[in-house]
Design a protein around this ligand. Structure first.
Ligand SMILES: Cc1cc2nc3c(=O)[nH]c(=O)nc-3n(C[C@H](O)[C@H](O)[C@H](O)COP(=O)(O)OP(=O)(O)OC[C@H]3O[C@@H](n4cnc5c(N)ncnc54)[C@H](O)[C@@H]3O)c2cc1C
Ligand SMILES: Cc1cc2nc3c(=O)[nH]c(=O)nc-3n(C[C@H](O)[C@H](O)[C@H](O)COP(=O)(O)O)c2cc1C
Ligand code: SF4
Length: 658
């Protein structure tokens, strides 16, 4: 009986979770009612006007998220002044009355839905790119932001003008119809530079002790309340922790939160600086909850927790535990604008899951318009808004069911074609089924599962375990063929490459080959480093050989750091600027570049991770047998998920049948 009760309680708990009742419930920030507890936190997307201001593209971007049911959108960093105040090339602006009409256009678009929108007011301070602003950056103190570019310390009267600029920005936002504002006092930007002892070395009234460091932000809050009215809500985004010398720690951020509430803030949005601000995919969901918890304990205003949330049950759990009052789902909304709608309608498994690859952030830092690896429509909502539905049920064969083949099939299906996927393996996902084998990459498996669900839901025919031969394709008489056969690992023509103790990183990741003893991994791209971690942690003595100057060529540096943080404790030997020349029974010869000094390293195993190349035999065979062929994804050039899905979506979107 007791056991039965336990089972029922367990089932009831799961059901409560799956209906996400807390997440769905309304909440107030000040006097503004937010329809549910999900916030899309600020994300710079580079879609606005180059002169600073609203564009049709950014309206379409936000409107898609409002349509998707999110309770509160916090806009991207919005500049309050030009010159040193520019934080991003194509950015929203709230500088003065000239910005009101366009901002109002954005508000009107969002307010067609129950969603509320706060404008995030920001000044980059020392974080401004000198190349972008065309002058020296300013800051609370004369410290270095960009390497080699010390900032100019703001004069006392300039601090006053900047306080005024923030207040004016809030007035502009309110007059344009915004539901509130958020002050960006985190992530190392100007307000944060005043708040943090790591940046603020001033001795005048804008610095010195805790009160002095708080003055900049509290004057802004009081000014906004004065001019916009007590009922106009202000959220303040803070760093709960700064992983830098002399940075803010939890105890101090709790003190800051109390002072902000006293000054009139209506919500605290808890973030952090440096480590963990934008988490790589290997970080666990919800890991930052201790930060929000610490703030929630000391204030009575709502607390927003941005906590690496990818799946709704994690957000529901945090809310039920009382960690926070609202949850922030940032990249989750880049990956799927309908994150809320799908969660609330019990269609969680249809969510396109963010895999934490950080490509979105890497793109805007370039600075490009935002792109998402798993959702090619993100940032291109207008361009892809109306697919031509002229398929008339005609068949299109898709060769290969990796991310490129799946994306193409989904677009073709939406266009009323009848895609048929041939997949030679028993599972869809292609190289994702290898990519998910690195440590901490479970989210990749979930992403693959979500792609499979989308294919099933769209009713797309998949021929599993079937190689797409010319005869089989001909038998279907398709009006076009998409070749998404991917690539295979490169095996360079090096003496000794066919030895038995040579294998590929893919074989290691799949557990097909289990090298032992001393192992040299040749190549330090993502595949090489992920295999290195598996080898080192299984007891192998690891050597990494890389031809270029630094490890992880072509990879986004924070991802390399993340992997190396885990690999370095195994004390690997690392040879950068070295090329593999020869493999013998007892070891390898590598040459130092550019001097070309040979060096012999005795090793038991050699693991190749020197990149991939398209499966030319499949591509050539199909291209020479049919006329209406499109080659997509890694079959064109081996890259990442981003390139594969973008290429597939674009080509399927404009596909013309024979
Ligand atoms: C170990 C590893 C880790 C990676 N990690 C990441 C990462 O973290 N982030 C990232 O962005 N990218 C990563 N990538 C790269 C990413 O997985 C690929 O860029 C992406 O999968 C390419 O997609 P695709 O659909 O073009 O090809 P694939 O995913 O390779 O799919 C091709 C499919 O075609 C099938 N096929 C081939 N020929 C035929 C045929 N004749 N008939 C039927 N089926 C056929 C294959 O079985 C396969 O399923 C990684 C790759 C590897 C190998
Ligand atoms: C592309 C991108 C742009 C961002 N821009 C901003 C920004 O303008 N203002 C801000 O406060 N945070 C910004 N962030 C941080 C996010 O608001 C959020 O804190 C972070 O993505 C972690 O949340 P998530 O794991 O839910 O994505 C940005 C993040 C990304 C990925
Ligand atoms: S690009 Fe990667 S990290 Fe960014 S939202 Fe998309 S899946 Fe997530």
């Amino acid at each position: 009986m007791e056991k039965q009760n336990f089972i029922w309680i367990f089932i009831a708990k799961i059901l409560i979770h799956m209906t996400y009742d807390t997440m769905k419930s309304p909440v107030f920030i000040g006097q503004v009612k937010i329809a549910n507890r999900v916030v899309m936190p600020a994300m710079g997307v580079n879609l606005s006007s180059p002169a600073g201001g609203v564009s049709d593209d950014i309206i379409a971007f936000y409107e898609a998220r409002a349509r998707g049911g999110v309770g509160l959108i916090i806009s991207e960093i919005t500049r309050i002044s030009d010159g040193e105040g520019i934080g991003e090339p194509c950015q929203l602006a709230a500088r003065g009355i000239g910005d009101i009409p366009d901002l109002q256009r954005l508000m009107d678009a969002i307010h067609k839905y129950p969603t509320k929108l706060f404008i995030q007011l920001q000044h980059p301070g020392i974080m401004a790119s000198p190349a972008l602003i065309g002058r020296q950056a300013v800051s609370a103190s004369s410290i270095e932001g960009w390497p080699g570019s010390p900032g100019r310390c703001l004069e006392t009267n300039e601090c006053e003008s900047l306080v005024e600029a923030f207040i004016r920005g809030a007035e502009v936002a309110r007059q344009a119809g915004a539901d509130g504002v958020e002050l960006h006092a985190a992530h190392g930007y100007l307000i944060n530079q005043f708040l943090s002892p790591a940046f603020n070395l001033r001795t005048d009234k804008w610095g010195g002790d805790f009160e002095g460091r708080m003055r900049f932000v509290t004057e802004i809050i009081k000014g906004i309340k004065n001019r916009c009215g007590q009922s106009f809500p202000i959220s303040v985004r803070i760093n709960a922790e700064e992983a830098i010398p002399n940075g803010i720690r939890l105890e101090e951020s709790a003190r800051i939160a109390i002072a902000l509430e006293d000054a009139g803030a209506d919500a605290i949005n808890v973030s952090c600086y440096s480590k963990g601000c934008i988490d790589p995919g290997s970080y666990p969901q919800g890991w930052k909850k201790y930060m929000a918890e610490a703030i929630k304990k000391v204030v009575s205003i709502p607390v927003i927790s941005v906590c690496n949330i990818k799946e709704p049950e994690i957000g529901e759990q945090l809310l039920q535990e009382g960690v926070c009052d609202l949850i922030g789902v940032g990249r989750g909304h880049l990956a799927d604008p309908e994150w809320c709608k799908k969660s609330f309608e019990g269609r969680k498994e249809e969510i396109r899951l963010c895999i934490g690859c950080m490509t979105c952030f890497e793109e805007i830092c370039k600075p490009h318009r935002v792109k998402c690896a798993v959702n090619p429509v993100t940032g291109r909502e207008r361009e892809y808004s109306a697919p031509q539905k002229n398929g008339e049920g005609r068949k299109v064969v898709v060769v290969g069911g990796g991310p490129a083949g799946i994306e193409a099939a989904l677009v073709l299906k939406e266009r009323n074609f009848k895609p048929v996927i041939f997949e030679e393996k028993k599972r869809l996902g292609g190289a994702l089924n290898i990519a998910d084998k690195g440590y901490g990459k479970m989210i990749m498996t979930k992403y693959t599962d979500s792609l499979i669900t989308q294919i099933k839901k769209a009713g797309i025919e998949v021929r599993y375990d079937e190689v797409a031969t010319v005869e089989k394709i001909k038998a279907l008489d398709p009006c076009g063929i998409f070749v998404a056969c991917g690539g295979h690992p490169v095996k360079p023509p090096i003496p000794g490459i066919d030895h038995d103790h040579v294998c590929t990183a893919e074989e290691v990741l799949l557990g097909q080959t289990k090298p032992k003893g001393s192992v040299a991994v040749i190549g330090s791209g993502m595949t090489g480093l992920e295999a290195s971690e598996i080898l080192a942690s299984s007891g192998c003595h690891l050597t990494i050989v890389e031809m270029v100057e630094s490890l992880g060529p072509g990879m986004y540096p924070p991802l390399v750091e993340n992997l190396m943080e885990r690999i370095m404790p195994y004390s690997p030997k690392i040879f950068t600027m070295h090329r593999l020349e020869q493999i013998d029974d007892s070891g390898i010869t590598i040459k130092n570049l550019p001097e070309k000094e040979p060096l012999f390293l005795p090793v038991d195993w050699v693991v190749l991770a020197v990149g991939g190349q398209p499966r030319a035999e499949v591509v050539d065979n199909i291209r020479s047998s049919f006329s209406n062929v499109r080659i997509i994804g890694d079959a064109v050039k081996c890259g990442r998920i981003l390139e594969a899905t973008q290429d597939a979506h674009a080509k399927a979107f404009v596909f013309e049948p024979l």
